[in-house]
Write a protein that binds this ligand. Sequence first.
Ligand code: GA4
Length: 313
Amino acid sequence: MVWASPNPIRTTEACELPVVDFSAERSELTKLIVKASEEFGFFKLINHGVSHQLIAETEEEGFTFFAKPMAQKKLAAPAYGCKNIGFNGDMGEVEYLLFAANTHSIANVSKTIWPQPSHFRCRMSAYSEAVKEVACEILELMAEGLGVPDKMFFSSFIRDADSDSVMRLNHYPPDKSQYSKVGFGEHSDPQILTILRSNDVGGLQISLQHGLWIPVTPDPSAFYVNVGDLLQVMTNGRFVSVRHRAMTESYYKCRMSVAYFGAPPLHARIVAPSVMVTAQRPSLFRPFTWADYKKATYSLRLGDTRIDLFRNP
Ligand code: GA4
C-alpha cells in the first residue's frame, strides 16, 4: 500500500515484522531475539508479562495530563514539550513528557504536574521498573544468544543505580488533513534498548533500507523493542539500531506511546565484549563513554547518523 503523503518516501506493507513470544522456551527465545535484532533491530514482543492494569493506569495518567490546558502543561517544562524536539530545530506534530526514569526524577516531574500528591508518581515509577525488568531480561537473552560469557554484560548498564535511562510519553493529535504529517521524524534511538508501547492508533514506521518505510500495526497488548545505537556498538555491529519515525494517521483519535529508553550511567565506557571482536571482525568503533555519545547526539539533528562519528578509521 502506498500512503498519501507529502513526502515522496514510499511505504509498504509487504514485509512481515518479527514477533517474539516471551513465553516461549528459552533457547527458542534467544535465537528469535538474536535473529530479529540482526535483521531488523526491531521486534514485537507478545506475552511480556507486564500487568494490563499497570499499562492501562500509565496510559490514563498520560491522557489525563495531555488533556490539561496548555498553560498548565507548560508548568511541567522542561519535561513537557510541544512540537520542538531537541535543541537544533527539529519539529513534529507531537507533544510529550520526557523525564529520567528514576524514582527521584519521576517524583519531581510529578510535583510540577500535580501540586497535590497524585497517582502519577507511583504509577510511572511502577511502570518504569516493570519495563526495565523486561529490557534487562531481553538483554540477558541477547548476551546468551551471542555467546557472551557474562550474561549481565549488557543489562548491568541499565540495572546500575546511576543509569541514565529516560521515559517519554508522546501524544500525537488526530490528523484531519488530507496528508499524513511527520509526528516524530526519522531517527535511531541513541541508548541501548527501547521498549515502546502505544494505544491502538497506528503511526509508527520502521525503515529497513533507506527510502522504504514499513508501517507497524498497533497492538496495545504488545511491546515494540528497538535496538539502540549503543547496542549496535556493543555487539560490534552485529545488531543494528533501527531507524524509525511516527506519522500522524488517525482522523479521529490521538495516538499515545510510552517509551522506556534503557541507557548506561554517563561515565560508562562503551565497548564490545571481547567475544564480539575477532580477527575476521575487528572492532568497528572506538571506545567512548555514554556522556561522549550523548553530547554528540544533542549537538546533531534528530535524523543524523551519529554512530558514524565513533567508527574506527
Ligand atoms: C530520540 C530518542 C529519544 O526520544 C530521545 C530524543 C532526544 C530528545 O528528544 O531530547 C533527541 C533525539 C532522541 C535524538 C537526537 C537529539 C536528541 C532529540 C534530538 C534532536 C530522548 C533521545 O535520547 O534521543
